[in-house]
Design a protein around this ligand. Structure first.
Ligand code: GLU
Length: 297
């Protein structure tokens, strides 16, 4: 598990991305990084092992600027928690990518890319994704098509967010098996692993589903299926203020999550889209007879 945040805005986004990472630190915290594209179309990258604080301190000393960017707090699955393995991963000094999940067929993809002369800078499963995208871009694909062609080759779970210096007005995201939500602002669009990361900037969200891709621009967003056909997903407006910003009175996020379970269960059960048939075609009849639920583990 890890946390990703992305932004396509008309204002500087480094502080928004950092705040998003602080809020996502409960999902992963062995390293953190961000990449922004500045107005001169230059990719700026910072990544460090350790907590988000290391990235924050480095950025305070030597800030990076830009209105489009991607950021990540990692929980390593492939490769040590070093700065080289931290995300974002880059390719061709133009594409930067963050990834939450595990790519099962990374070894085969890496061998094929190496055979084409691609050099790897990390031990992660993730790095194959960014090189595949760059390979498509170099053949003339748009950023959206490059991401779409790439995810079609992946086996495993991913939520990804990608920026490219040659498509500096947009961020492309995709998900399969890992969570990803869009945050809809006025003149700016965001994506994150969790609404908590984006509640600082908006109360309007669009939950992506498995197989979805989206193009984020300051002016709005468009969602597509894997064939490239446009699709729509409902907007959700969260009630209440931005009151989940930190651990509150709790010493650890895990403790906070345990105490929040009754509320989250209540929210889930009242969510309109909850469909009994997900539990099997007999579920509705069985659920009608349920008198108590015992949670044993
Ligand atoms: N598998 C990737 C890695 O080890 C992403 C891990 C994560 O989701 O934080 O870098």
């Amino acid at each position: 598990m890890c946390g990703i945040v992305a932004a396509a805005a008309q204002r500087e986004v480094s502080e928004i991305l950092l705040e998003g990472l602080r809020r996502l630190e409960y999902r992963g915290y062995d390293s953190a990084g961000m990449a922004l594209i500045d107005n001169g179309h230059v990719l700026q990258l910072r990544k460090y092992s350790g907590k988000v604080k290391a990235l924050e301190d480095a950025n305070a000393l030597n800030p990076i600027i830009g209105c489009r960017g991607v950021a990540h707090t990692r929980w390593a699955t492939h490769g040590e928690p070093t700065s080289a393995n931290a995300h974002p991963h880059i390719s061709g000094d133009r594409v930067a990518l963050v990834h939450n999940g595990i790519i099962e067929n990374h070894a085969n993809l890496r061998d094929a890319l190496r055979a084409q002369g691609v050099e790897f800078r990390s031990e992660t499963d993730t790095e194959v994704i960014v090189h595949l995208i760059n390979t498509s871009l170099e053949k003339g694909a748009s950023l959206f098509d490059a991401v779409r062609e790439t995810v079609a080759q992946l086996e495993g779970a991913y939520a990804i967010a990608v920026v490219d210096t040659e498509h500096e007005n947009e961020v492309v995201v995709a998900r399969e098996g890992s969570p990803l939500v869009l945050g809809v602002g006025i003149g700016e669009t965001f994506a994150g692993s969790d609404t908590l990361a984006l509640r600082q900037v908006t109360d309007t969200f669009v939950y992506l589903e498995d197989g979805d891709l989206a193009v984020l621009k300051p002016s709005g967003f468009q969602i597509f299926d894997g064939s490239g056909a446009p699709i729509t997903r409902e907007k959700t407006r969260l009630k209440g203020g931005d009151n989940q910003t930190d651990r509150g009175e709790f010493e650890h996020y895990m403790l906070k999550e345990i105490y929040e379970q009754p509320d989250r269960l209540r929210d889930t059960l009242t969510f309109d889209a909850l469909d009994d048939s997900l539990f099997g075609d007999q579920a509705a009849a069985i659920f009608d007879q349920v008198q108590a639920v015992q949670i044993i583990a």
